[in-house]
Write a protein that binds this ligand. Sequence first.
Ligand code: FE2
Length: 586
Amino acid sequence: MIPEYFAFNLPTKIVYNHGLASRLGSELKDFGKRNALIITDKVIRKAGLLNKVLEGLQGSLINPIAIFDDVPPNSELKTVMEATELGKANNCTLIIALGGGSVMDTAKVANILLFKGGKIEDHMGAQLIKGRLHPMVFIPTTAGTGSEVTSFAMISDSKNDVKLPFTEDAVLPDLAILDPEMTLTMPPKITAATGMDALTHAIEAYVSSETNPVSEALSLHAIELINQNILQATANPDDVNARGAMLVASFMAGVSFNHAGVGIVHGISHALGGVYHIPHGLANSIILPFSIEHNMETSAARYARITEHLGFVNIKPTEELIKAVGVFNNDLLNNAVLQMTMIDEWLVEHKARTLAEKIRLLNRQLSFLSGHATNLKQAGISDGLAKLEQVVETAMTDGAMLYNPVEVTREKVRRIIQMAYNQDFPSIKVSSADLRAARSGVIVPKLKNIFSDTETMYDILGGFYNRMGEDAGLSGALLSSGLKVRFVYTNPDGYLTIDSSGTQVKVYRGKDGDHVNLDVEMTLSADLAHYFWHGLVNAVQALTRREITTKGNLPKAMALLPILTPAYDLYPKFLMERGLGKLVVR
Ligand SMILES: [Fe+2]
């Protein structure tokens, strides 16, 4: 059903690619020259991820002048203040967040303070900020919070055992870099917990009272991706395909709940985080099955649809019978069958309950793979639940409760927490069939930084273009096109001009070709050119991905593509002749 009203807005640009963070500079060109404040944590720095980002910024207009690497697992008011001070002292006007939810939330609130000034308390609330803040670039290193595409931030106030929520569209980052390689170092336990956080976002948004068709579609696909990949990503941390699928699922679930909200699971787990410091994703994973039972009255059909999406058989016998009976137009039979619709209703509820069991099973499998806790005692409550009433009271005032499809009462929340504390589920062994990732196939790591400097690039690519001009078949094709094209290369930077308008093909290096009246100029990385001349780049795809940008008569250049096929054989041959066999991509 389409709701009477909904709005959908995603101001954040999302770019997904393996190894993207180490090429960050080219993605940040549009921000111009800026001092950047990088916010991260010590674990990420130690894992070498910060270095990758710093390398990726080398030679760019972005100066990573300030690095704040002291964000704890649950960011605190003090953390935000310290990060802000560092950014202020260094005149930073761009914020790069490299990390999980805590790091990204810190960056959001630090940006508010950096841009607006004042104290944190001055900015508490929702949608108070008009206009934009300093630009932000988020690089998630976990796959769960979806914070790179949400307008929420939670900061702990440890003095008062609460988490302070901030909801501002202004804190949506300008750019989210989804690079699965940045999640490879995430330990299995965190992979499991953060993945279950993403699953909770997708499911809670799907049944939320504010759901809409776009968030529903995003939720369903996210649920499917998580179901197919979470065990694999936890069991085999190096599986970059499973990591990528989890990262995309996390982002999609994030967009979904940013529009539709979450519900009772988040209401309770925020309170468990504030009072007992239980990791957010872990608390969600334990509470999630109870929410399905709690919301059955309004949302059974929606949960059933999720189970159908996860591959459970979709049969509604009475509905099928009605279709058949309708053909014969027999009133007596119609009436009899209509009486039986209760079978369908029973089946819908049965399927919804299956989803709760499926999630419990997943928790137990994750427990086998990573030690993921399956009850609140294991999750870290060691005082026999002495602060139960405090958790209940905190949960009841959580904003997430407003979006739950069924009204939440203190008694229900208390009961759910007690059951989640006392339940005892042993781990379940994970079979190799369970570990089959959704996408098979191995991504072959590509050679990178092929040309060490501009002179080497001129020597190799320029030399190859000269060779093309000498090749009987290729020079004929070029000369009959009359094309005057310039290739502007990045990493290393430089440009080569090919002039085919005369009686022979001429190749110019750099400024030597400035006099040529060009038909078209194409800008691309030198690495991409190397792969292109191997016949390994789909030019149309590269244009769509903005890996190649052009100025001038593009159709004239594209018309030449089919007749360039022999060049794809000539380039590796040319490299071999020059003793550069190690550069040939096989
Ligand atoms: Fe969450």
